[in-house]
Design a protein. Structure first.
Length: 322
């Protein structure tokens, strides 16, 4: 026999409190009866107190969830391993979506984390380089904390090199020997990288992508020491206008039998990713041992209530002193 809810152990205060109140009430009652010259049956009153206290203790034990181990068995945990590749280049500061591309992308990722179940998720920010910010995990709550810390200062450089993020994700997939290599790219696309498509095809990576931004595009704010300082310019001194590169992201998704989604102020179909990923055949992630218990709290609760009711309704016999 063991207890499954030991966190309720502090409720032991209630039986003690009930005993204290009953003793206090008994003393006051004795003083009143003595003044009125009324004599009570001490045995009956003693049984009444013991019944109520014993019933309270049984209910307290029920709160601790008494249980007995019946058997243990091993089950297979199935799901997919998915890396989210997050673009942190300076173009993600463009404000053609509200409040800007990177903040909107972060909101989308957090919605996805709240919708996904069973799969393992990792996060790889990328710009001129990339790194694993969060390894593959089923702890989605900690994932939101990592997402909150993402900004365009996370990686120096400010460019968009998806290939580096894909290489890191691919190496991680190889280490865990997973059958399916799934990535979700959250980006404005940047400029098309010629070697990306070949890398995706050669390594059998399934690419889902979410395009953040608009085809019309927008200028990119330039920040120095946290303060806005005009707009980013090219080598010729002209202000750079960053546009969503839909064709590049679609190309990667179509090539790998993934899917492309788009998010802007007027359209957001990224929520379809959660349902789409559920329809993919799951890989075996791990074996877990589970324990099956027989619960006994209901018996303690029932008997406890019976004792409390018995004590409460037990007849009291009083007699007047002559």
């Amino acid at each position: 026999m063991k207890f499954g809810n030991l966190e309720n152990i502090y409720y032991f205060i209630f039986p003690i409190l009930i005993l204290f109140l009953m003793i206090l009430g008994m003393k006051k009652r004795n003083s009143v009866l003595k003044i009125l010259r009324i004599e009570r049956d001490r045995k009956i009153y003693f049984i009444k107190i013991i019944s109520i206290i014993f019933g309270s203790i049984l209910i307290y034990v029920a709160l601790l969830s008494p249980q007995k181990l019946l058997k243990e068995k091993e089950i297979e945990v199935e799901g997919n391993n998915i890396y989210i590749l997050v673009d942190t280049s300076r173009s993600m500061l463009a404000e053609d979506v509200y409040p800007n591309r990177i903040e909107l992308g972060k909101r989308v990722i957090k919605k996805i984390l709240r919708g996904i179940k069973e799969d393992k998720i990792g996060i790889i920010p990328f710009s001129d380089s990339a790194y694993i910010q969060m390894p593959l995990t089923e702890d989605y709550s900690i994932g939101e904390n990592y997402v909150n810390s993402i900004d365009t200062n996370l990686i120096s450089g400010g460019g968009t090199k998806i290939i580096d993020a894909l290489k890191i994700a691919n190496n991680s997939f190889k280490e865990i020997n997973t059958e399916k290599k799934i990535v979700l790219i959250v980006s404005d696309g940047g400029e098309e990288e010629k070697d990306v498509a070949d890398f995706v095809k050669t390594n059998n990576i399934i690419v889902y992508s979410i395009g953040i931004g608009t085809a019309k595009g927008e200028v990119i704010p330039d920040y120095k020491n946290g303060k806005r300082n005009g707009f980013i310019k090219n080598n010729k001194g002209a202000i750079v206008v960053s546009k969503l590169n839909t064709s590049f992201l679609k190309k990667l998704s179509n090539l790998s039998k993934g899917k492309y989604y788009e998010v802007n102020n007027l359209n957001d179909n990224s929520k379809e990713f959660v349902s789409d990923i559920k329809n993919i055949d799951k890989d075996k992630l791990s074996n877990e041992k589970i324990s099956i218990y027989q619960k006994y709290y209901q018996y303690f609760t029932l008997i406890g209530i019976i004792f409390i009711l018995f004590g409460y309704f037990f007849n009291r016999r009083l007699s007047y002193e002559e």
